[in-house]
Write a protein that binds this ligand. Structure first.
Ligand SMILES: O=C(O)CCC(=O)C(=O)O
Ligand SMILES: [Fe+2]
Length: 474
């Protein structure tokens, strides 16, 4: 995943933790957070001191006299040493909101590369727990298994494409990535006051044709893949990944031509006139039943609004879980449904425009799995017989937009590049959606950031061309 996404729910949790009055509903909290430009303390002050002064309208006050929700309510009591992933559903909003102290970049870089955290690193899933229940009157819908491409297209903004690579290429790419994955790392970042670790291994790749050796922008982009931890320069696409990428690009372009485009989507073209091309890829390896990635939407920092992300699955079939984030104004009238999509070997899931703005996705732990039985022997040992494998390899091919080049990303008061996130809860279905640049220093700086928060404005920031520019509607 592109870093771990912190989102509006994290902001809400942080404001709730500062309240000395009964907690209002989350849409009210968010409204006040937005009006205070994302300043958690100012939003909390508004509730704490505004009530008596009549600052909060009657209809935004909670009817129930409840103990205010504290930070501890969001953190489970599990031992920080626990590295096993507990069973049962866990919330993953990933990173905590960057806190309040400005820190120079050097300190952050130093801290991220060599810090010895005060508390031991813990598995992310052992720190987070279920969100408090929202009072709901609409009926709960049971999770739905989307077992074929037409069901996926019917219920989600994604499409599913089966058996996309020649079988020998799919198998060779699987072996190549499993071999490479032995050196990949688990993502680590600060969540509130401790370091958490993603329960799977990941690696960031940049395509050679896109100036991997010369453009230091890729180095920064790679660093952000690892939640701001400095690391080695990005790897280039290994040969079978390049071969697969060309096939993936053709499928994505064919699919995109059939779909209507949204105003903030990128409207540039590739050298061969393609609507979409991949210039980077991130690969994930999940071994066994427990390795997973929690619910998140991908950071949009270099992808820009409404990205298309093409996700190739190889090896063992795992479930891809999708769940819509219901906008605040619809929360009492409809419920999100959980969709489970089995990702077979050699299948491509395209997360089309608006997936990151409207849904969260996860690869949950699962009780059992079917080992993948390769059809071909390992290319480095052609006389061996193929061994069944419990690994799933995922490669997400992405297009990092030139108008969101690392050089153009605003820096916060810590002098660290910010991250771009959509306002999922207050969206307008492509018409006037809001995106925020927020401080991300806290992910690596012992949880300390500056609280920087600014609305992204495509026009004043000189970004584009977008579809709206082309259509003259900007
Ligand atoms: O493994 C997958 O299919 C999902 C990976 C993912 O969400 C990510 O890399 O952002
Ligand atoms: Fe993701």
């Amino acid at each position: 995943m592109d870093g771990a996404s912190e989102d509006t729910e994290t902001l809400i949790a942080l404001v709730s933790s500062l309240l000395t009055v009964p907690a209002p509903k989350s849409d009210v909290l968010l409204d006040v957070i937005v009006r205070n430009n994302g300043n958690v303390q100012a939003a909390a002050d508004f509730f704490n001191h505004g009530h008596e002064a009549g600052g909060v309208p009657k209809n935004v006050q909670s009817k129930k006299r409840k103990r205010p929700l504290g930070l501890d309510d969001w953190l489970s009591n599990s031992s920080p040493n626990a590295s096993a992933i507990p069973s049962g559903s866990k919330r993953d909003d990933s990173n905590g909101e960057p806190p309040q102290h400005p820190v120079p970049l050097k300190a952050i870089t130093h801290s991220s590369s060599s810090s010895s955290p005060a508390k031991p690193v813990v598995d992310l899933m052992s720190v987070l727990r279920q969100a408090p229940p929202v009072v709901q009157t609409t009926p709960r819908l049971p999770p739905l298994m989307l077992s074929n491409p037409s069901m996926v297209a019917q219920h989600t903004p994604c499409t599913m494409h089966l058996s996309i690579l020649p079988p020998d290429l799919a198998c060779r790419l699987f072996y190549t990535m499993v071999d490479l994955s032995r050196t990949w790392n688990r993502n680590k970042w600060w969540l509130f006051d401790r370091v958490v670790e993603s329960p799977h291994r990941t690696c960031f790749y940049a395509r050679r044709t896109d100036g991997v050796d010369t453009d230091e922008g890729w180095q920064e982009a790679a660093q952000y893949w690892y939640n701001g931890r400095p690391g080695d320069p990005p790897q280039v696409f290994p040969e079978p990944m390049e071969e697969a990428c060309e096939i993936v690009e053709r499928i994505v372009n064919d699919e995109m031509r059939k779909r209507s485009r949204l105003p903030l989507e990128w409207a540039g073209k590739g050298t061969e006139g393609q609507i979409w091309r991949a210039n980077v890829a991130a690969s994930n390896c999940y071994e066994g039943t427990k390795e997973s990635v929690g619910f998140h939407s991908d950071h949009l920092t270099y992808l820009g609004p409404y990205p298309t992300i093409a996700s190739l699955s190889l090896g063992t079939t795992r479930i891809f879980r999708l769940r819509e984030v219901i906008p605040s104004d619809q929360i009492s009238t409809r419920r999100a449904r959980t969709f489970n999509i089995p990702l077979a070997h050699n299948s491509l899931t395209i997360m089309h425009a608006a997936t990151q703005e409207t849904f969260k996705h996860a690869i949950p732990p699962q009780p059992t799995l079917d080992p993948y039985k390769p059809l071909y022997p390992h290319p480095l040992d052609p006389s061996s017989s193929p061994e069944p494998s419990n690994c799933r390899i995922n490669i997400t091919f992405r297009f990092y937009r030139p108008d969101f080049h690392p050089k153009s990303i605003p820096r916060c008061k810590c002098n660290v590049p910010t991250i771009l996130r959509p306002d999922m809860k207050n969206r307008q279905d492509g018409k006037a959606d809001k995106y925020w640049w927020t401080c991300y220093a806290g992910a690596q700086n012992e949880g300390k950031g500056c609280g920087f928060w600014r609305v992204m404005d495509v026009t004043t920031e000189g970004r584009g061309p977008t579809i709206a520019d082309l259509e003259g509607k900007a």
